[in-house]
Write a protein that binds this ligand. Structure first.
Ligand code: PLP
Length: 400
């Protein structure tokens, strides 16, 4: 037995994803990268803002730049700048000492879950959901419990209230959402705060709301409401992976509501986890980002791409909810078997992810963080794929 038993299935799951990438690579090798329409990854290609590049250049040219270990919670100037930004965004006086810099939003979620969650506890999340959540729950031996959203992928508060049990420790939301592009309204978020307050009283234990917001700055007109203002036991998670297009540089953070009963204890525990795993978040990038807090990528590029892919999918006859933010479209698969339909699309050299990977069989995800020409080039393939399944549905079995 070369590896731990509990890892065997996880490694097999990752092999499926690795195979998908490998098949994509082979397709590109065979047909040329320009003739393969790869919508499978949420890896931003929009360039970081000029202000960020300038800040990084200045820093790297400075003689006083240090490369030593940083404080576990992160450099103070970046936390101070973030506290100011979050205070403005949420209307709650966020404190720098309740912010911890982490290795991406993924690092923040892992730190928080290790700090808050006991083995066997439940983490509740609306589905469809980001597939990393399964892994983060696995790492703390928690059960990820999913609650269906409504037909527009918005919160079903009654269903959430019903799904909360005495084992629920955390309710985890993500808006703007990966994979659906939904942005939850102020009414939904305030309603969720009330549900959690009532449930915490009923079960005589504190249920935390973790709001995972890496796409907060990428919206197409919808306002992202202040989550900290809706519930005082909220922890906000964010990163610079998407808003500054720095996904590979692995910088994120979390901020605990100053009114949370155990805010200091949670920050202390999550900092210890951070230090156990990574010591500190990338130091150079903390210093660079501190100089440009508030800057963001050019969101009009994502909006333009969103318009283009929506137009293509509408013309072909796909059903979908128009995204309000992030950079994903989550159409209904024209046949119930979403894995089969992604194979049909692969036959057209179009790579997408099956909805079942996000807890939503019967759908598929298109990431439009790709050049406009990739989107434009996929038009005929999307049309042929839906035509193919429609004609096979219409044709009687004997005639096939
Ligand atoms: N949460 C969501 C909803 C995401 O989509 C992602 C990445 O795609 C993450 C967390 C992880 O982000 P990071 O790259 O900042 O770790």
């Amino acid at each position: 037995m070369p590896i731990a038993d509990r890892m065997t299935r996880r490694v097999a799951d990752f092999a499926v994803i690795k195979n998908m990438f490998e098949e994509g690579r082979q397709l590109k090798q065979k047909f040329g990268a320009d003739n393969v329409y790869d919508f499978s990854l949420g890896n931003p290609d929009v360039p970081p803002p000029d202000a960020f590049r300038k800040a990084l250049r200045e820093l790297t040219q400075s003689d006083t730049l240090s490369f030593g270990y940083a404080p576990v919670a992160g450099h103070l100037p970046v936390r101070e700048a973030l506290a100011q930004r979050l205070t403005g965004e949420h209307g709650v006086p966020v404190r720098p000492d309740l912010i911890v810099m982490t290795v991406g939003a993924a690092g923040a979620l892992n730190d928080i879950f290790r700090a808050l969650v006991n083995p066997g506890d439940e983490i509740l999340t609306p589905a469809p959901y980001f597939l990393g959540y399964d892994n983060y729950a696995f790492l703390v031996d928690a059960d990820l419990i999913t609650v269906a959203t409504d037909q527009h992928f918005h919160l079903d508060l009654a269903a959430i209230a019903k799904a909360i049990t005495w084992k629920t420790r955390v309710v985890l939301i993500n808006s703007p959402n990966n994979p659906t592009g939904a942005v939850y309204s102020a009414e939904e978020i305030n309603g969720l705060g009330q549900v959690l307050e009532t449930a915490s009283t009923r079960f005589k234990k504190r249920i935390y709301l973790v709001s995972d917001e890496p796409y907060r700055r990428i919206t197409f007109g919808a306002a992202v409401p202040p989550v900290l203002a809706a519930y005082s036991h909220t922890i906000v998670v964010n990163s610079f992976s998407k808003e500054l297009s720095l996904a590979g540089e692995r910088l994120g953070y979390f901020a605990v509501h100053p009114g949370a009963e155990d805010a200091e204890a949670i920050v202390a525990a999550a900092s210890v986890v951070n230090s156990m795993h990574v010591v500190n978040a990338p130091s150079l990038f903390q210093q660079a980002v501190a100089r440009v807090i508030g800057a963001a990528v050019d969101v009009s590029i994502y909006r333009r791409r969103c318009d283009l892919i929506c137009e293509i999918m509408t013309a072909a006859g796909y059903e979908f909810n128009r995204p309000e933010g992030a950079f994903y479209l989550f159409p209904k698969s024209p046949i119930p078997d979403d894995a089969r339909f992604t194979e049909i699309l692969r036959g057209e050299r179009i790579l997408v992810s099956p909805g079942r990977a996000f807890g939503a069989p019967g759908y598929f995800r298109i990431s439009y963080a790709v050049p406009d020409r990739t989107i434009a080039g996929s038009r005929e393939g999307f049309q042929r794929a839906i035509d193919q399944v429609r004609s096979s549905i219409k044709r009687p079995a004997a005639a096939r």
